[in-house]
Design a protein around this ligand. Sequence first.
Ligand code: GLU
Length: 302
Amino acid sequence: MPLLATYRGRFAPSPTGALHAGNIQTALFAWLHARLRHGVFALRIEDTDLPRSRPGSAQNIIDDLRWLGLEWDEGPSIGGAYGPYWQSQREDIYRAYLQRLYAMDMLYPCDCTRAMRLSDSAANTFGQCKCAARSSRHIKLTNYMAGTYAWKVRVAHIPAQFEDLRLGSVQTSSAQFGKDFIALRSDGIFAYQLAVVVDDALMRISHIIRGEDLVEATPSQIALYQLLNFPVPQFLHTPLVCDSQNRKLAKRNSAEGVQRLRLAGADPRVVLGQIAYRASLLAENIPVTASELLNSIQITIF
Ligand code: GLU
């Protein structure tokens, strides 16, 4: 695969609630990486799942990032060469890639219930479900758009391992990772796995920095890059941030959201300083701006 010449990073939040310290830590890592390498930092709003999106959440995310000084070079309100930067405006693009997978016979229609999928009772050892024996040829693409079936991508070649810039070599096995995955949900919504790969590839993202909760999604995504003949980017999964009871922070818990601090008139330098300190980017917990942090960091830290 050809390597991408220019550093292009991104932050790709779903507007399902308020950004919390873990999301900001991820955005900060992605922003610092891009800035340290004089690359591009893009913001993409992943709002394909409109039923899960919360009204006003995207605007709050945009306001939080600006408030913290994590400005982007391409994205909402700025635009850029690879827009639109709202997934809800990119459905025609996803449809075209779905058509391509269909033409390659790499999709199959799946009518497993959600309960079956969650319990995994439908999956065999190759991570395929009982529906995998079907060929997409039996059902026309237009029929599945009507919402009877979900459509899954066959993960023909699961990479044995991938290199993560923080975690090192991550071993994959079909039992744990890299199962066949849904590209189009039965409710007609394009699934994350398809949209994220198509967007990162078309936006020429060279470095994907995101939370460690997405490590397990990565092998299937690499398989999809390969299937669609896209260059595979570098991955860096950031550590998860937990609350005082050691629970993973969640966007739907707005009490933990940065937005609450912003609206209460907190000093963004204090918030950023705390997050940077917790992420070991600062030796002490002191107020700092994003550009001060940038100037204090050595490229070798990553
Ligand atoms: N949209 C995803 C989220 O907010 C992140 C996707 C990614 O960075 O790959 O959790």
